[in-house]
Design a protein around this ligand. Structure first.
Ligand code: TMP
Ligand code: MG
Length: 270
């Protein structure tokens, strides 16, 4: 069934599944890149100069691989595990204090996409659950949405969470590791989240990576799915693949206007 058959969409059967970094958060502002949840920590005052350099070297090596349209997902997967493992090991050596995270986020350049207030407010008002499925750092992204005053009770997050020792110092990351290309049911075992929402058979999926397309794989009975993709980087090279995989592809759009327009239509009609 086509997603356009809007009479089948309603606030009672709808759920939103979204990536976080570079999907709910902005990719750029005034020609400058905005940070991912990892970059927020990497660039912060709590990381040593040596740690910063090593994290940056990893980014420069692995990010082009992550977005390379000419490599298969099978090729990329082990390399992403390598990147995340090495980055998390480096961060775990930096004696990051749990109590510093809020200030680190406040001092960062992170920005949510324009229109985030309307998105979160509408979903809360109409009791529509939003599931944020992120390969970023859960503690950091939760703090971002808390500081933006939109961490409502209908917002659920699955991500990589930090594990602190008794004195509140980061010792490692909790498993299972989530990277760009394993965002599927394999890392949701035991969460029961989608099973509890079995009546929510219409999905709006938001992502910016080809890896985000599998985020709804654990939903038991999907009747309608509308996949909206933000194509942020290497636009010319990747456009073809994005147009094949996503229903709507947004280029050079740092807003959530299209998503909000569709939601307004679905929620106000029903
Ligand atoms: P997302 O799934 O919420 O978009 O988060 C994953 C992004 O995080 C992915 O695009 C790559 C990025 N990333 C960093 O910026 N630095 C890092 O050290 C790692 C491991 C990932
Ligand atoms: Mg992303």
């Amino acid at each position: 069934m086509s997603w356009v058959t809007c009479s089948f969409w309603s606030s009672l059967t709808l759920q939103v599944i979204s990536d976080f970094d570079m999907t709910l958060s902005r990719f750029g502002c005034n020609g400058r890149r905005c940070p991912t949840s990892h970059n927020i920590l990497d660039n912060s005052r709590v990381i040593s100069e040596d740690g910063k350099k090593k994290l940056k070297d990893l980014l420069h090596y692995y990010y082009p691989i992550e977005i390379d349209p000419n490599r298969t997902l099978e090729e990329k997967r082990p390399l992403m595990v390598e990147w995340w493992t090495r980055a998390h090991d480096l961060l775990s050596q930096q004696k990051i204090q749990k109590g510093d995270i809020a200030q680190i986020v406040r001092e960062s350049d992170v920005m949510l996409r324009d229109g985030f207030n309307e998105l979160f407010d509408q979903l809360y008002k109409y009791n529509v659950p939003i599931f944020i499925f992120s390969a970023g750092i859960g503690d950091v992204l939760e703090e971002i949405i808390r500081q933006a005053n939109v961490f409502y009770s209908n917002v659920n997050v699955v991500s990589n969470y930090m594990d602190f020792d008794d004195s509140g110092v980061l010792k490692c990351f909790k498993g299972p590791l989530i990277h760009t290309y394993n965002k599927n049911n394999s890392v949701l075992q035991g969460t029961e989240y989608f099973q509890q929402l079995s009546g929510r058979t219409s999905i709006i999926l938001l992502g910016d990576s080809m890896g985000d397309l599998t985020m709804a794989d654990g939903v038991p009975s999907v009747e309608n799915i509308l996949k909206i993709g933000f194509l942020n980087d290497k636009v010319e090279e990747r456009r073809g693949k994005y147009l094949d995989a996503y229903d709507i592809v947004l280029e050079s759009d740092e807003t959530l206007d299209v998503v909000n327009g569709i939601l307004r239509y679905v929620l106000l009609e029903t």
